[in-house]
Design a protein around this ligand. Structure first.
Ligand SMILES: *Cc1c(COP(=O)(O)O)cnc(C)c1O
Length: 390
């Protein structure tokens, strides 16, 4: 049988963080050693340096480190004073942390559907779900592509609703040339190792143009304590430590290169998949909004005809990594059963979770590996039609 190049190629991992991390190993370890020797494990100089860099990249005036992207979202809603009786609108097609921050504060989640092309919050459905109790909206820049921030922000400002950007997957992305994180009142970045700026453990960053808000975020991330041992309100403990920041400071110097490679890999997939006869028939390429500068945290295919899971199993059998982000929309999660969403209530979200499949796209992915991925996909469909013909 032809087209079995994938079987003779080494396994293709979904993600190999070592390929980014090993070339900068000595530099990172030296930076970590410096923190070690300084004894300043919290609030050390690398934390302030990283804050400055993130503010620069996001084109915001301020940034404040915190312990994770999840905490950044939680702190943002805390700083906006969100609590019981309030409603927060967010997409259901996202990672859990986008919604859990709302429930953590005793507020009510209102899920909006996504645009079926970009998988980002549908501005029309967002506006339809605004009520007098809406206190925030959380657009997610899913997979590294900005949501339609011009429309989201204009609807939000008409209704005086603060915008919290979930930019966990999208550091460096932009919409109409304006970086994510600078559109809303606050932007939330994650340094979880699979993100575009992946750390060496957990870490997060808040970016904002509001001095008042960033000050409040800092206060709340330090137990609401100011001055020492005086607590004006109940905060949490959420800090970015100096080790993490020191390692990230080395990596952030390479972020533009990582982004360029991800963007190249995306175009390479598009070219290679475009040379198959599968597009439009069996699979659809990810849609790039012309206004968005996409940083490709993930490369998603849409697999039609109910074959997604079979294709994934075939890739797996050839040792090619893939993943489904996300197989179960948030409104269908067991913990949110009581919210009362029925099947069919967010049709584009549900459809996306049934058809989406993610391929390896990390910066150091080799062209030969992409070839192996694509030829394995082609092989799957060749086998399908051979089976039908038999
Ligand atoms: C990763 C992620 C988060 C949470 O970030 P952590 O740093 O892992 O807590 C939030 N939202 C989205 C969309 C994410 O992908």
């Amino acid at each position: 049988m032809s087209g079995n190049a994938a079987t003779v190629t080494t396994p293709v991992p979904l993600l190999d963080v070592s390929r980014s991390n090993s070339p900068i190993r000595d530099e990172v370890l030296a930076a970590i050693a410096e923190v070690y020797d300084s004894g300043r494990f919290l609030f050390g100089p690398p934390v302030q340096q990283l804050e400055q860099e993130c503010a620069r990249i996001s084109n915001t005036q301020y940034a404040a480190g915190c312990a994770s992207g999840s905490d950044a979202l939680l702190l943002s809603l805390m700083a906006l004073g969100i609590g019981p009786g309030d409603e927060v609108i967010c997409p259901s097609f996202s990672f859990f942390a986008t919604a859990s921050c709302v429930s953590r504060l005793g507020a009510n989640i209102v899920f909006a559907d996504v645009d079926p092309n970009t998988y980002n919050i549908d501005p029309v459905d967002f506006e339809a779900k605004v009520t007098p109790r809406t206190r925030a909206v959380i657009p997610v820049h899913l997979f590294g592509q900005s949501a339609a921030m011009d429309r989201v922000c204009s609807i939000a400002s008409q209704h005086e609703i603060p915008v919290v950007e979930d930019a966990a997957q999208a550091i460096g992305a932009a919409y109409h040339g304006r970086p994510v994180g600078s559109w809303g009142q606050v932007g939330c970045i994650s340094f979880y190792p699979t993100k575009n700026l992946g750390g060496f453990g957990d870490g997060g960053m808040l970016v904002s143009n509001s001095e008042i808000l960033i000050d409040r975020l800092r206060l709340l991330s330090g137990h609401g304590m100011r001055p020492r041992y005086y607590h004006s309100e109940v905060g949490i403990n959420s800090r970015l430590d100096s080790f993490q920041a020191a390692g990230l400071m080395v990596k952030i110097g390479h972020l533009d290169n990582y982004t360029t490679s991800r963007r190249q890999n995306a175009q390479t997939y598009k070219r290679m998949l475009g040379e198959t006869s599968l597009l439009g028939e069996q699979i659809e390429l990810p849609y790039e909004d012309p206004a968005a500068f996409h940083v490709w945290n993930q490369f998603s295919l849409r697999v039609t005809g109910g074959r997604r899971d079979a294709l994934r199993a075939h890739l797996q059998s050839q040792q090619i990594g893939s993943e489904i982000y996300y197989p179960i929309p948030l409104h269908q999660q067991e913990c949110y059963r009581d919210l009362g969403y029925q099947r069919g209530s967010l049709p584009y979200t549900e459809n996306a979770s049934e058809e989406i499949l993610h391929l390896p796209i990390f910066p150091e992915l080799r062209e030969s590996e992409q070839e192996a991925v694509v030829s394995c996909i082609r092989e799957f469909y060749d086998q399908q039609s051979a089976r039908r013909a038999a």
